[in-house]
Design a protein around this ligand. Structure first.
Ligand code: GRF
Length: 220
């Protein structure tokens, strides 16, 4: 069997995306192995879920450090200690500085709850409803210093339905996130998708089958 890429997941909250990544990586044929779950908040619910799954966890509490730089150095030290080769942000709510991001070129992924480049930043579901878009969704992208602006690996779309609230729309987007993120991680960890000249290049086998998905509206 080929070597699986040692992967860390960074979280700040409940960790539902973390959970699906852990589940996917249980399969020995999955190209990434989850070797660490790290949180920046001691109350992140996902920490207990990761520990229950038998994974090493660590909390690098950002409040315990004098500034972003010291916090990120501590985080980087944990990643190095666990010999991590790829990092997945999954509901990680700290903006990372260029110092940290530049240490992980083509090896730092994030999932964002919108079809980027629409709706970068926070409150994506409220803003999608306010704009009246008919399709919304999620994006997995490489992280670059500009917020939510990195090269796109995969996207999934959902319809916006009459009567949607931010909560109902968020729930529909989340179902797509949970399929999309494991797919995107597999693409990157296997080398089928990689960062090249500021864009995501796909191997020939993948290029015929563009990474993306469309969740159909619920039937009548
Ligand atoms: C997800 O919607 C993700 O796209 C966003 O934060 C949320 C995290 O949810 N970045 P969870 O902690 O994975 O359940």
């Amino acid at each position: 069997m080929t070597r699986r890429l040692r992967t860390a997941i960074l979280i700040s909250g409940r960790g539902s995306n973390m959970t699906v990544l852990i589940e996917a990586a249980r399969s020995p044929s999955f190209p990434a192995e989850i070797v660490l779950v790290a949180a920046n908040r001691p109350d992140a619910g996902g920490l207990a879920r990761a520990a229950a799954a038998g994974l090493p966890t660590v909390c690098v509490d950002h409040k315990a450090f004098g500034g972003r730089e010291a916090f990120e150095q501590a985080l980087q030290a944990e990643l190095e200690r666990h010999r991590v080769g790829l990092v997945c942000l999954a509901g990680f709510m700290r903006v990372l500085t260029p110092w940290f991001i530049e240490r992980w070129p083509g090896r730092l992924l994030n999932i964002h709850p919108s079809l980027l480049p629409s709706f970068r930043g926070l409150h994506t579901h409220e803003r999608a409803l306010a704009e009246g878009v008919r399709l919304h969704g999620a994006t997995v992208h490489f992280v670059v210093p500009e917020l939510d602006a990195g090269p796109i690996v995969a996207q999934g779309a959902v319809p916006v339905l009459e009567g949607d609230t931010p909560d109902t729309l968020a729930a529909r987007v989340l179902t797509v996130e949970h399929v999309l993120y494991p797919q995107a991680l597999a693409l990157v960890a296997s080398g089928s998708a990689m960062l090249a000249n500021g864009r995501v290049a796909l191997t020939q086998a993948q290029a015929a089958d563009a990474p993306g998905m469309l969740l159909n509206p619920p039937g009548p």
